[in-house]
Design a protein around this ligand. Sequence first.
Ligand code: MN
Length: 377
Amino acid sequence: MHDPRLREMSDPEERLRTYRAKRDFSITGEPAGSAARSPSRRFVVQRHRARRRHYDLRLEVDGVLASWAVPKGPTLDPAAKQLAVHVEDHPIEYFNFEGVIPKGQYGGGDVIVWDWGTWHPVRTDDPARAIERGELHFDLDGEKLAGRFVLVRRDRDRSGKEQWLLLHKHDDHARAGWDPEDHPRSVKSGRTNDEVAAAPDALWRSDLPAADAAVRLGGPTRSWDPTTPEELSILDELGAGGRWLFQGHEVKLTNLDKVLFPARDGGSPVTKRDLVRYHATVAPYMLPYLADRPVNMHRYPDGVERPGFWHKEVPSHAPEWLTRWRNAEADPGETECYASSTACPPSCGWRTTAPWSCTRGRRASPTCTSPLGPSST
Ligand code: MN
């Protein structure tokens, strides 16, 4: 027979009661949370600068986010044993939260989505029970973190909070000396905590679904600086290729004189350089409408008279600043890792950019209609 206490603890509504009790949702912009059950196992690590800076490791368990605050952050270094304070479960809606928690509120400070992906419990198919018993072995498949981790309960601090240790096993993903502080950018927006703290309103947009309206903080929409004449003249002066600094990003360009569109009567052919110049020029006007949408690109690398193809998976050589979205619901063989449009990837000869009708991680919630690309509804 089950211990009725354990059953009560694994009831998501029950487990969220502590979380709700600590927050006044009429002031804070955080989601109040419903405990919808989901079979998926996502994880998120949020870098949170509150009274003290720490990383919150959250594992989706039975419809809520089981959570540990890790002061030094999770690491791939198998020699490190990190303190991880077990804190109250968080609602599943918190998974995507990136922004500012008002000062004076519980956890007041700034939060970025430092890593996310999927996780799998090891040696148990009842992770809630493993957590109750004080030892959980699990694999992470994130954008920064990967491989086998262990959480084990050691002690309680003076306030009664459980102190656990978080460690990484010696496996193919282990990296000696790996420091989370060397990888400071959000996997959701590409921004740092400083950047989010300086302009938190930009992350919350008026066209999000109603269910997310409560997390909106208001304020101006994110904007992009216009491309400068200097940037364009440097592009024109590049030979057949080279490195181009555009909007603070270094871009490697090749075959700039390749003809992509043949000349029409009396005109000149359109080269890859022309196409890059065009995209760089329109990007600041286009991106506010496309921001954070996964992108499918219809590419014609040998010009429009040769067959093209749809490019969806982010290539391994793509620059680090390109924001990625991992589709945790991908079927076998389906694209898993997409670029999302927070910046222009101008190095390939593409003709059509087909952004999704939903933003990242919100497949069931399209926020605009055709001519954009897929969502599941
Ligand atoms: Mn926290």
